[in-house]
Write a protein that binds this ligand. Structure first.
Ligand SMILES: [Zn+2]
Length: 397
């Protein structure tokens, strides 16, 4: 049986077709003339991965586990956890008995106390999110395609094995992005060989975007990075220029660097996941007036910001009940401010599954755009929900 046909029949009977924003032309494979026309819906931000307690391309499971342990510091203060004092954060090589436990909880013991942080949604009985699980989520709310953002495994193994398999098996459902090691501290021959790796990943393996490349903190506007931006233009792929999860000074500096790059390379298509990375309450010393920090970038037209990252408001202890719950009024207000000044063409919807499940259901996440952007036209809403991603990634839509 043709799985596309099954999906089309299912969607035809679902509520997904009956709401604003679904009035365009649906060109997904298997679509027939009897099917109501609508735009492609593309989730710009999802993750799939095998059991996180495995090696996943690292030397052994313990090496991978220590990398996960080292990631706790970057999550601290945003995620719901047993403690708020940073003295309980485990250092990467500290013996604290760190485990990725069941139901999304990471556990360790430090300073004589049991500590935990809620990394995944409670619905994840084990730390695993297979592509079939993601497709089930997509089918139930009417999402045609999803952009796989990398991570949660060794870069090379992801590129050559795991993600390559996903986009080979479901070419009409998943858009693959890939990683290279464009570390500016390494010599020119290394950087040139990484560009060759990128070219092969796109032209032979079928990836459609570049997810990670330069290590965090290296200046995006360094002249030695020019070859990277030129390669993305030549290969006609967008590049992730993510921001945030850092101090206010570093955050604003990296936005300025990205502005320099986007200004010098107007043909480059840049995307930024995690619009909520540095969304902080006014009392926080790193607070900025989101989203005005991106306004100079939006004027250029080739920088795109992702919405739907409602996880920015997940911690009720920080935000209070009104702002931490669906339909996320602060999230809506940021979208409205951008829309009124710059229109819809620079916005992308992405849920960040499976992690979005910590805050809301997948349906609620898409509904923050589908049902709570009444200030937009239906045509503009369909751009945010997939039309822009289809254009940037070269998908017929
Ligand atoms: Zn993510």
């Amino acid at each position: 049986m043709n799985p596309n046909l099954d999906r089309r029949r299912f969607l035809t009977g679902s509520a997904a077709l009956a709401v604003p924003g679904f009035a365009g032309t649906w060109t997904a494979s298997g679509c027939s003339s009897e099917t109501p026309e609508r735009s492609l819906v593309i989730d710009h931000h999802l993750h799939v991965f095998p059991d996180q307690t495995g090696a996943l391309g690292y030397d052994d499971p313990d090496t991978h586990n220590r990398i996960m342990q080292g990631a706790v510091r970057s999550l601290w203060g945003r995620f719901v956890a047993s403690h708020t004092d940073p003295r309980y954060i485990p250092e990467p090589d500290e013996e604290v008995g760190f485990t990725q436990g069941k139901y999304g909880i990471w556990r360790w013991r430090k300073h004589g106390e049991d500590c935990w942080i809620r990394r995944g949604p409670q619905t994840m009985s084990d730390p695993i999110h297979e592509p079939e699980q993601m497709l089930a989520h997509m089918d139930i709310v009417g999402v045609d395609m999803g952009v796989i953002q990398t991570g949660y495994m060794a870069k090379v193994w992801g590129r050559e094995v795991y993600y390559a398999d996903c986009i080979r098996r479901w070419p009409d459902r998943f858009i693959g992005t890939t990683d290279i090691d464009y570390d500016l501290t390494k010599d020119d021959s290394h950087l040139a060989s990484e560009l060759e790796t990128l070219e092969r990943a796109v032209e032979e393996l079928g990836y459609r975007g570049l997810c990670s490349h330069m290590p965090k903190g290296q200046p995006r506007d360094d002249p030695r990075a020019d070859a990277l931006w030129k390669a993305c233009i030549r290969l006609k792929i967008p590049v992730f220029l993510d921001t945030g999860f850092n101090s206010k000074g570093d955050y604003l500096r990296e936005i300025g660097e990205i502005e320099n790059v986007c200004r010098r390379f107007p043909e480059l298509q840049a995307v930024n996941a995690h619009q909520g990375s540095n969304v902080l309450p006014p009392s926080d010393p790193n607070h900025v007036d989101n989203p005005t920090e991106f306004f100079e970038l939006f004027k250029l037209g080739n920088f795109h910001l992702e919405f739907g990252y409602v996880l920015a408001w997940e911690n009720e202890a920080v935000w209070g009940a009104r702002d931490s719950e669906f339909p996320y009024p602060r999230h809506k207000d940021m979208i409205r401010r951008i829309y009124e000044c710059f229109g819809a063409r620079i916005m992308l919807w992405g849920a960040d599954m499976p992690w979005a499940g910590r805050a809301c259901t997948y349906k609620q996440c898409i509904d923050t755009i589908r049902h709570h952007t009444e200030f937009m036209t239906d045509e503009d809403r369909s751009l945010v929900l997939g039309g822009n991603a289809a254009r940037i990634y070269g998908v017929a839509g």
